[in-house]
Unconditional design. Structure first.
Lengths: 301, 295
């Protein structure tokens, strides 16, 4: 027994600061947040009266919050779809030996190194929807003006100023920023496929399409899963980009739970803010926990 | 590990000619591919172009009809305004990001070492529990976190943000180092142990000297994500003591935006991370990968 402690003790001791910090700043705070979400602390004045799940039922019944969930769904679908399509397409084009490959890779990946706040400055201008009601209007700027001048005027639109689909416009800069990342993931996946496997399939008379369908795609599944998890959880948490593009945090058209939580916090409605935080946590956990379990099991094997 | 994962491992290019029936068609395909690749380059660079030209525009180019053209006169007024607004915040950001990156990387290295080479029963569970901290939406801890920080008496601004970037950076740092050390042969550790070296001696003499690539990846990752952070900054600082993202959001925010100054500001705020990306690109990619692809 003593020998065992001597064996493990030092390791545990070295890990202790992290275990304590993560224990307090992650797990304890989540419990504490849950506690606050069950109280009626809707003003700056501290209050510890418990109201059960009332805040949750009220939120879920609130049309504003329902709309923010709808927005979150649209955002996530468009964001995921866009990054997967461009990421895969770029990786596929760059997979075969190509001249200038490094250059293309570097350009496609560079937006990733910039903050959402900085890129939001330019996207706010690009996605401005001044006077789209009159095509080619004098005050039209941003992408609408560009589209108009290259003869794609029919593609002009209100961007994010639309209650139903406006949030999809927010996904455009997000896709711009993270497609390169997904490309990098897919490239690593492509490179992980042994050349012999392709050769063997070709010698067996496999057509190019069948090669992809039965050899390449199945090999890319783990990478695809990683991409979905990473982009998906980024999308659920997206906050900076919306704040940078849309001046008012409380804008119905692009409201998502993360921005609504901020609005509640500013308004000192701590109980509601905490409840929204919990709902976000549950959404993220639904995506991430199975993934973590899957990878730790895969590692054991 | 960090030596660019994306570089092909000497795939024989000639072999692919095996199933090529028609050289003419192949050339057309190649041209098409390059045209498409270039088109995407143009699309990806559009925002960079707009940032650049707008940052040099003065009132002479205010008319929207000139929006997509180069400035008629290259004005630097926007840059001057952006620089005076952002300079103090830039200093604060460096002051908080550099120590935060170094401290969390050091802790992450030790954690990764213990979790891969000095395992104890339940080490995998502890690792998974730490890892979960990387994925949580910080909104789920923010309200009690503001309370905790004020109870602890940590001042808003640089001290708060430094602490938070260290703590919430621990999971990813631990993950990257653990995966990195997994590839170190255990015999090295065993040999040191046989010689009677303890856990710290072994770390100092065997592990730390070979950790440089891991540190580069982790430091870059931490530097970039802390530099680009806005969420924590919004909750734990103000324009007076906040980092550059906060200063930039004030410069660019509001209904009436001075686009010349705010686009110059966006460029200024992006220079450090862009430099890191350009100079240390392959390590940057290494960090991205290790956060996702196992093995």
């Amino acid at each position: 027994m003593l020998r065992r402690v001597k064996h493990w003790g030092p390791g545990l001791l070295l890990l202790a600061p992290t275990i304590i910090l993560v224990g307090v700043f992650v797990y304890w705070l989540i419990i504490e947040n849950f506690r606050v979400s069950l109280t009626n602390q809707h003003t700056a004045k501290p209050s510890n009266k418990y109201v059960g799940f009332e805040n949750y039922t009220n939120l879920l019944a609130d049309p504003n919050f329902q709309h923010s969930l709808w927005n979150l769904l649209i955002l996530t679908i468009v964001f995921l779809g866009g990054t997967l399509i461009f990421g895969f397409l770029w990786a596929w084009m760059l997979d075969k030996p190509a001249k200038g490959e490094g250059f293309f890779r570097a350009v496609y990946l560079f937006p990733m190194s910039v903050s959402f706040i900085a890129s939001g400055v330019v996207w706010r201008w690009l996605l401005s929807s001044l006077q789209t009601d009159q095509p080619g209007g004098e005050r039209t700027t941003g992408l609408n003006r560009l589209l108009d001048s290259v003869g794609l005027g029919f593609m002009q639109n209100d961007w994010w100023s639309n209650p139903t689909w406006g949030i999809a416009a927010i996904a455009v800069p997000a896709i711009w920023q993270l497609s390169g990342y997904v490309m990098a993931l897919f490239l690593a996946g492509f490179r992980g496929i042994p050349e012999e496997l392709r050769e063997a399939a070709r010698i067996d008379g496999c057509s190019e399409w069948k090669l992809y369908r039965h050899v390449i795609f199945p090999q890319l599944n783990p990478v695809m899963l990683s991409a979905v998890i990473i982009i998906g959880h980024m999308s659920l948490k997206l906050f900076d980009l919306i704040r940078a593009i849309v001046p008012d945090a409380n804008t119905y058209d692009v409201q998502v739970p993360a921005t609504m939580m901020w609005v509640k916090y500013i308004g000192s409605d701590y109980a509601d803010a905490a409840a929204i935080g919990m709902i976000l946590l549950v959404l993220v956990a639904l995506v991430v926990v199975p993934y973590l379990m899957y990878t730790s099991r895969a590692e054991k094997r | 590990m960090a030596t660019s994962i994306l570089d092909r491992t000497a795939a024989p290019a000639a072999k692919t000619a095996l199933g090529a029936p028609n050289p003419g068609r192949r050339r057309i395909n190649r041209t098409l591919k390059y045209a498409l690749l270039m088109l995407f380059v143009v699309i990806v660079l559009i925002p960079a172009y707009v940032l650049f030209i707008t940052s040099f525009k003065g009132s002479a180019d205010a008319d929207p009809s000139r929006a997509w053209f180069l400035p008629t006169t290259w004005e630097t007024g926007g840059w001057a305004k952006a620089w005076t607004t952002l300079a103090p915040a830039l200093g604060r950001t460096f002051a908080l990001v550099v120590p935060a990156a170094i401290i969390s990387a050091t802790l992450g290295s030790i954690n990764g070492y213990v979790l891969s080479k000095w395992r104890f029963p339940g080490a995998n569970v502890v690792f998974t529990l730490i890892l979960f901290g990387m994925f949580i939406p910080y909104q789920a801890v923010m309200i009690p976190l503001t309370q905790l920080m004020s109870n602890l008496g940590v001042p808003q601004g640089v001290p708060s943000l430094m602490l938070l970037h260290i703590v919430y950076g621990l999971p990813i740092c631990t993950l990257i180092f653990r995966n990195y050390y997994e590839s170190v042969p255990s015999e090295l550790i065993e040999a040191a142990r046989m010689d009677g070296a303890g856990i710290l001696r072994t770390y100092a003499s065997v592990i730390f000297p070979i950790s440089a690539p891991g540190f580069v990846v982790v430091l870059i990752w931490q530097f970039t994500s802390a530099w680009n952070d806005y969420l924590f900054a919004a909750f734990f600082s103000s324009g007076r003591n906040g980092p550059v993202t906060i200063a930039l959001s004030f410069l660019a925010g509001g209904q009436l935006t001075d686009y010349g100054a705010s686009m110059a500001g966006a460029l200024i705020a992006s220079v450090p991370t862009l430099l890191v990306y350009i100079l240390l690109g392959k390590y940057f990619v290494g960090g991205l990968m290790s956060g996702s692809v196992k093995g």
